[in-house]
Write a new protein. Structure first.
Length: 201
């Protein structure tokens, strides 16, 4: 009887851990970039009472072993990186990742971390940081727009410049319009009479 109670206790402990994982998933339903966990179980070792082929009488033997399970346990919790819902916000620095990938941040101890949370803002020193104040890292870009570097070690903290560059006049413009087909058609129209502030012309 005590063995049966022990096996039942392992099942209760495993289910309690599973419920804790589910509760954590529910608690973080509004956490930006959160990915839910899934608890995985494994059976404990079996106790072999009688081996396969053991003699049961003078003429017969068992065709299978008599094994008794000793319970179950949680082996690990997988992080499920499925695509979540993309929600529009009023913050121009809120960025989402559609598909695989992570944002790279610099943690306080100097190590590089990775996150799916794209709720960014600007600190007092004009650096772009995440919600925990960690610097967002990216590969630097030169003045001509080319990316400098190609590895994680080349990434630098993003800092907003005080100036955005010199203004440049627009030289060419393309305009696509739809004309009202029921409007009056002007024949032999003199373009020199057109005035932009007079609709009748």
């Amino acid at each position: 009887m005590s063995n049966a109670m022990h096996v039942a206790k392992t099942g209760l402990n495993a289910q309690n851990s599973r419920m804790q994982v589910i509760a954590n998933n529910l608690a973080n339903v509004n956490t930006t970039g959160f990915k839910r966990d899934r608890a995985n179980f494994e059976t404990l070792l079996y106790q072999v009472i009688k081996a396969s082929g053991a003699q049961t009488s003078g003429e017969t033997r068992t065709n299978s072993a008599f094994s008794v399970g000793t319970g179950v346990r949680i082996i690990n919790a997988d992080k499920l990186f499925t695509q979540g819902n993309i929600v529009s916000t009023d913050n121009a620095l809120d960025i989402s990742i559609d598909g695989s990938g992570f944002f790279q941040v610099l943690m306080p101890d100097g190590r590089i971390g990775f996150t799916r949370n794209g709720a960014f803002s600007v600190n007092n020193d004009r650096f772009i940081v995440d919600s925990s104040g960690q610097f967002v890292l990216a590969l630097p870009v030169s003045a001509d727009g080319s990316v400098e570097g190609s590895t994680i070690d080349d990434a630098k903290a993003l800092k907003l410049a005080l100036e955005s560059g010199e203004a440049k006049a627009t030289e060419n413009m393309q305009l696509a319009v739809n004309l009202n087909s029921s409007s009056q058609v002007f024949e032999n129209y003199d373009i020199s009479t057109f005035r932009q502030d007079d609709p009748s012309t």
